[in-house]
Write a protein that binds this ligand. Structure first.
Ligand SMILES: C[S@@+](CC[C@H](N)C(=O)[O-])C[C@H]1O[C@@H](n2cnc3c(N)ncnc32)[C@H](O)[C@@H]1O
Length: 225
């Protein structure tokens, strides 16, 4: 399973926001790109003159998606609050292996660095065994071209080997029990086919950052929703 993706098909929207239900994608994206699951916010915001990060195709260098290539910190968008490096810390987790922690208090809607890794085309996913849930680091966005029906991955990133401290999202553990679901404090936002984790609420120093990997990740747990 991959989170997001084929099996780790990424975390899906929890709610269709009112703006998206009754208004246009333009209004929704300008209000908050993270809450417009079926809108092409990257294109819309760029066409409106906002300084967006690059999208995955622009930033990909030799098959690897790197944060600095995305120029995400320089972006200027509504609800875009990049975290400072000093606010995050990677250390052993009581949940699993290494985890990501708040080294300083984090405000709600703080944006983490993008999920970085090797690009995987669908063909690669078909050839490789990404079906096991343990040690799976693949994130896939839904295919927005399919506005109805199952959301298939269009572009996937494997963060396993990009394990440096500049890829903190790769260390974010996921809820695997309903008890752990109560501790979820991050959501996954997608922009330009890139995943950015974002705080759901204010987070005190020392807390582990935890996300819902979604319904397709764990073989023994169907996700928090
Ligand atoms: C994106 S990585 C998270 C970082 C990982 N803990 C590490 O040290 O590299 C996802 C993997 O972490 C482990 N993991 C994450 N959340 C877990 C949980 N709630 N229970 C057990 N294992 C978990 C699983 O092996 C999963 O495939």
């Amino acid at each position: 399973a991959a989170f997001g993706g084929r099996a780790l098909l990424r975390q899906l929207p929890l709610l269709i926001p009112l703006a998206e239900a009754v208004g246009s994608c333009r209004d929704c994206c300008v209000a908050d790109f993270c809450r417009c699951q079926r809108c092409e916010c990257w294109q819309i915001l760029r066409s409106l003159g906002y300084r967006t990060p690059l999208d995955v195709n622009e930033a990909l260098k030799q098959g690897v998606l790197r944060a600095e290539a995305l120029q995400w910190r320089e972006a200027s968008l509504p609800v875009w609050h990049p975290v400072a490096d000093s606010q995050l810390e990677i250390r052993p987790s009581k949940i699993a292996g290494l985890g990501l922690f708040a080294a300083e208090p984090l405000e709600a809607t703080t944006l983490l660095p993008p999920y970085q890794g090797l690009s995987l085309l669908n063909a690669d996913l078909n050839n490789l065994d990404y079906t096991q849930d343990e040690d799976n680091y693949v994130w896939c966005p839904p295919d927005r071209r399919q506005s109805a029906g199952p959301m298939d991955p269009s572009f996937c990133v494997d963060g396993r080997e990009v394990a440096s401290s500049d890829n903190p999202a790769r260390f974010v553990n996921g809820a695997r029990t309903l008890e752990q679901c109560k501790e979820v404090n991050l959501e996954i936002c997608e922009l330009g086919e890139v995943a950015y984790f974002r705080t759901l609420k204010a987070i005190p120093v020392g807390s582990e950052l935890l996300v819902d990997y979604g319904p397709g990740y764990w073989s023994d747990f169907g996700g928090c929703q």
